[in-house]
Write a new protein. Structure first.
Ligand code: ADP
Ligand code: MG
Length: 229
């Protein structure tokens, strides 16, 4: 009975999340579609045409960003708990983000303890790490270094993700994780940190942030270490 209740609660959460996401994606798509219709119907001045096209692109970009912050690894399954090799998972994420890093002239370096394992849902863990690392890269529009380190001691796995980017004020740090909080204008969703924090919480982890304006930011994320082999 308890078990069943638990399952239906999880399904409800999945459905709710699905509704929220489809709303986030549908809005910009509807806007884009509207401008496509305008382009089809009228003979429009080339200036207007350009403007509509750029609005269409903005809508498509923003739908794409929601998918990247929310759904990159998601499959419609209930969470599964697995032992995750942190180094392997992070290497996957780094591979995915290399094109973005290159675009920003960002060099990624990693220093991993190869036997660090954490327990959690693989897709969620990847989404969480992707969102944090991607923010680090995006904080360095003129290039820089992103260093990732993994250490294990005292039954804790510590993942540090450090950038040499624009940094944040105390006020900004306090707002992290608030849904739709973004300083990136049309280029941001403000969903990445919310997703990352909720995954960290679900995995019994903690996160600490230190940041200095124009110097950079470090995210220190700790999880209970479940296994070492
Ligand atoms: P988005 O990236 O779409 O703006 P997020 O939820 O991922 O949304 O991040 C929210 C905000 O937190 C960002 O807009 C940015 O202002 C700030 N932020 C997050 N990570 C960093 C970082 N490494 N360096 C500087 N600012 C950051
Ligand atoms: Mg982000």
């Amino acid at each position: 009975m308890r078990q069943q209740l638990f399952k239906s609660e999880k399904l409800a959460a999945v459905e709710q999340m699905g509704a929220a996401i489809s709303h986030e994606i549908r809005n910009p798509l509807t806007v884009s579609k509207g401008f496509v219709q305008l382009l089809e119907e009228e003979s429009i001045h080339p200036d207007k045409q350009k403007e509509y096209l750029s609005l269409i692109r903005e809508g498509l970009d923003s739908a794409e960003q929601v998918i990247q912050d929310y759904l990159t690894f998601s499959k419609p399954t209930i969470d599964s708990m697995e032992e995750l090799n942190v180094e392997q998972e992070l290497n996957q994420i780094i591979t995915i983000l290399i094109p973005t890093a290159n675009q920003h002239s960002v060099l990624i370096s990693g220093q991993f303890s190869p036997s660090a394992y954490v327990s959690g849902d693989r897709q969620k863990f990847r989404q969480c790490m992707l969102n944090v690392i991607k923010n680090g890269i995006e904080s360095m529009p003129h290039g820089g270094k992103l260093s990732i380190s993994v250490n294990q001691d005292n039954n804790l796995v510590t993942i540090e993700i450090k950038d040499t980017g624009i940094g944040m004020t105390k006020e900004q740090i306090n707002r992290l994780g608030e849904p739709y909080y973004s300083t990136k204008g049309a280029k941001g969703t403000g969903l990445g940190m919310m997703v990352a924090f909720s995954v960290i919480r679900a995995m019994n982890g903690t996160v600490q942030i230190t940041s200095e304006l124009k110097k950079g930011t470090a995210f220190t994320i700790q999880f209970p270490c479940t296994y070492s082999g």
